[in-house]
Design a protein around this ligand. Structure first.
Ligand code: PLP
Length: 389
């Protein structure tokens, strides 16, 4: 398989052929419980009937038309997404990094319009992750993503320490274009940002003349138990980026604007060929319709609490912390053990998990996972943790 696909993921020697709900079926004939959902993408699980139907129906109508024109499906999606998020305008793209590139470009232009050439810096958080393109890599607050081989990196980025109130007094000045907050740091270790700090940081940034942006590529679209995690944190960003779960598995990203950020981009400032592709929008419509059903978000909160409580109740010495929000879950493991080894053992037993930071096992199950699937997955996870020595 290495000969067919660029081996830059360290993929497992395991081939999946289909799925149903939070259960996946491999070509080796085995069943796996899915606690990854394609890295927080398949929010409606596998083979979710209304999603499959909407994609098939859209394929019969039109798959792609370019942004020279509007599509009825795309307009419907834009309306739904803006309504559920409370934003004024949206740019659609195809991935998280691309949505973040749009946000960074918008921040730079906003800075220039509101302070001139010097106001260009985008401030991000230590331990954050923002993507793999050159600008989003530079924005990412982790040195391991900045090897010399990819230098030179983009200019105009700076990091501050999340949840540190002291740093806020000097963090922003007349060179700051935007503060960019990853609402729960996913890749960095499932680290929570406190609401008090996010609000104080946003206030300090705005006082200095900057706008505030939220990277909700992973936390958005219900992952943490509210459609946007920034709503729960209460810092009211002018820009939010979404991707991962937004179209239930079809590639899509979005950058949404409001207030001072709503009229920064003008025609020609930012574009992409595939952006707002009707097939992705048709899928996105089903995601929003499903997530806005009565009780859906409460269900996500309940399932997340259920998983965290059960793991805590095991009281295992190798578990140092169980954290997260909604169905974004981090289990911090004693540094004697490697999260990747646990991931491998879980896979051997029929459970897909992933890792985060240097010492965290991360769960991002489909939002529609059943309690039966949760119980089965946790049974495997417990067995693996107990087997560590
Ligand atoms: C996954 C992720 C990205 C990058 O998204 P891609 O679709 O892989 O480009 C950016 N920011 C956050 C917070 C992410 O979790």
């Amino acid at each position: 398989m290495d000969r067919l696909i660029l081996n830059n993921y360290g993929s497992f020697d395991l081939t999946f052929v289909k799925g149903k709900g939070a259960t996946m079926y491999a070509s080796n004939g085995r069943k796996y419980i899915d606690f990854v959902s394609g890295i927080g993408v398949n929010c409606l699980g596998h083979n979710y009937k209304p999603l499959v139907k909407a994609i098939a129906n859209q394929a019969k109508k039109q798959i792609h038309i370019s942004n020279y024109y509007f599509s009825d499906t795309g307009l419907e999606f834009a309306q739904k997404l803006l309504k559920v998020t409370g934003f004024e305008k949206g740019y659609f793209g195809n991935s998280g990094a691309e949505a973040n590139e749009a946000a960074i470009k918008l921040a730079r232009k906003y800075g220039q319009l509101n302070g001139g050439e010097k106001r260009k810096t985008v401030v991000t958080l230590e331990a954050s992750f923002h993507g793999r393109t050159l600008a989003t890599l530079t924005a990412t607050g982790q040195d391991k993503f900045h090897p010399d081989c990819f230098a030179p990196y983009a200019e105009g980025f700076k990091t501050i320490k999340a949840n540190d109130f002291d740093c806020l007094t000097t963090a922003f000045d007349d060179t700051t274009a935007a503060l960019f907050i990853e609402c729960v740091q996913g890749e960095g270790g499932v680290n929570l940002i406190s609401a008090e700090w996010a609000q104080a940081a946003a206030e300090a940034a705005r006082k200095a003349g900057a706008i505030v942006m939220a990277d909700e590529v992973q936390t958005g679209v219900g992952r943490t138990g509210s459609f946007l995690a920034s709503d729960a944190l209460g810092f009211n960003p002018e820009v939010v980026t979404l991707a991962k779960g937004i179209a239930g598995g079809v590639p899509m990203g979005a950058c949404l604007f409001r207030g001072k950020a709503a009229d920064v981009f003008v025609a020609g400032d930012h574009q992409s060929t595939f952006a707002g592709n009707p097939l992705a929008c048709a899928a996105g419509n089903v995601v929003i319709d499903t997530l806005t059903k009565d009780g859906f978000m409460q269900d996500v909160i309940n399932k997340g609490d259920y998983i965290r409580e059960i793991i805590k109740s095991w009281d295992l010495p190798c578990v140092k912390d169980v954290r997260g929000k909604g169905l974004m879950i981090g289990i911090q493991i004693d540094t004697k053990y490697k999260p990747f080894d646990i991931e491998v053992k879980c896979l051997d037993e029929g459970l897909c998990t992933t890792t985060a930071g240097s010492d965290v096992v991360r769960f991002l199950p489909p939002l529609v996972i059943s309690y039966d699937e949760i119980d089965k997955g946790l049974e495997i996870f417990k067995k693996v943790l107990e087997s560590l020595n």
